[in-house]
Design a protein around this ligand. Structure first.
Ligand SMILES: Cc1cc2nc3c(=O)[nH]c(=O)nc-3n(C[C@H](O)[C@H](O)[C@H](O)COP(=O)(O)OP(=O)(O)OC[C@H]3O[C@@H](n4cnc5c(N)ncnc54)[C@H](O)[C@@H]3O)c2cc1C
Length: 310
């Protein structure tokens, strides 16, 4: 029996994946969505989303993503609770292999596999993620208005986060394990200019060795500063040491940039292979927001539809 060739396979069930599915359904593409290991994506771990337009009630991430899933499924999206282990994009009809061993054949693929923030890897960090530890100042900075926070890192991302937080927090510490920074000088100078007023403090040659708190809320950190143990009381810690896109299965198949899928080959979400599109954090090293991912998911479905029309 010949296997059915699908119009569109969507890989990932975060905001990008579900939005792509909603648009693909409405365009009559009958998409199949492979959910991956984390149904709903990164947002499902966060208790409060305060910046999803139209939801001033700030729902928890799990409930919000459930509404996207229900919308996409109600329109006819077929969801497979599986993970993609291999892809072959060398032919016009693409092959997507699942961990079950099944192989999907499809004319187009929309990749929405997301990215993960890198954390320090301390056991106490796991306790306080979402309870004082965050990896996204744009997402969570608002919850730390007039509070004392630290940003960990020495690259551009850390300086962007720190500068953003100075707009709302009482004090921002920048904790970095070295003396020098990998960020642009202009951003370093801007943050430094706030040191004299006491708004900003640099703690250099320092590493967090322990996150402290009562188990429900972070209260500070223990530091190793040039071999000396120190304690610092804090309301929040923003870890800004980079992100890792979930794109290893696409290596050798698509052009990547630092692990992020390169797009813009003819349309916004088109990758280096015709018929393969990418949306959301897996292709975005700049914005990394739920709403921008959803927007890219919309674009990817429209781009796939246009490709199929020829
Ligand atoms: C704690 C936390 C709080 C946040 N808070 C906010 C916020 O308040 N507001 C905001 O706008 N943004 C927030 N963000 C950022 C936001 O979650 C991301 O920008 C957004 O989820 C990215 O969406 P995405 O669809 O690109 O990918 P993700 O949400 O990362 O989803 C990726 C999907 O791909 C799947 N997948 C991965 N690999 C495979 C594979 N091999 N096969 C099949 N499927 C696969 C996963 O299972 C998952 O379903 C937060 C992030 C975190 C971690």
């Amino acid at each position: 029996m010949t296997q059915e060739v699908l119009n569109t396979v969507i890989i990932g069930s975060g905001p990008a994946g579900w939005t792509a599915a909603i648009y693909a359904c409405r365009s009559g593409l009958s998409p199949v969505l492979v959910s991956g290991p984390e149904v709903g994506g990164q947002l499902t771990t966060t208790p409060e989303i305060g910046n999803w337009p139209g939801r001033k009630d700030a729902p928890d991430g799990f409930s919000l993503m459930k509404t996207l899933q229900e919308h996409a499924v109600s329109l006819g999206t077929k969801m497979l609770s599986d993970t993609v282990t291999k892809v072959d994009f060398s032919q016009e009809i693409k092959e997507v292999t699942l961990s079950s061993g099944d192989v999907l054949k499809t004319k187009t693929v929309i990749i929405a596999t997301g990215a993960k923030a890198r954390y320090l890897g301390l056991p106490s960090e796991e306790i306080y993620k979402g309870k004082g530890i965050s990896a996204c100042a744009t997402c969570d900075g608002f919850f730390f208005r007039n509070k004392e926070v630290a940003v960990v890192g020495g690259g551009s991302a850390a300086f962007v986060e720190a500068l953003y937080l100075t707009n709302m927090c009482k004090k921002v510490y920048l904790i970095h394990r070295r003396e020098g920074f990998r960020s642009e000088k202009v951003m370093v100078d801007k943050l430094r200019s706030m040191v004299d007023s006491g708004k900003v403090e640099f703690i250099l040659n320092a590493q967090i060795t322990e996150f402290k708190g009562d188990g429900n809320k972070l209260s500070g950190v223990e530091l190793d500063v040039k071999g000396q143990k120190k304690e610092l009381a804090l309301d929040g810690v923003f870890v800004a040491i980079g992100h890792a896109p979930a794109t290893s299965i696409f290596e050798g198949q698509l052009e990547l940039d630092n692990g992020y899928i390169k797009t813009g080959f003819g349309s916004d979400t088109a990758t280096s292979v015709k018929g393969v599109f990418a949306a959301g954090d897996c292709a975005d090293m700049v914005y990394r927001q739920a709403i921008t991912s959803a927007g890219e998911g919309c674009k990817a479905a429209l781009d796939a539809e246009k490709y199929l029309l020829g």
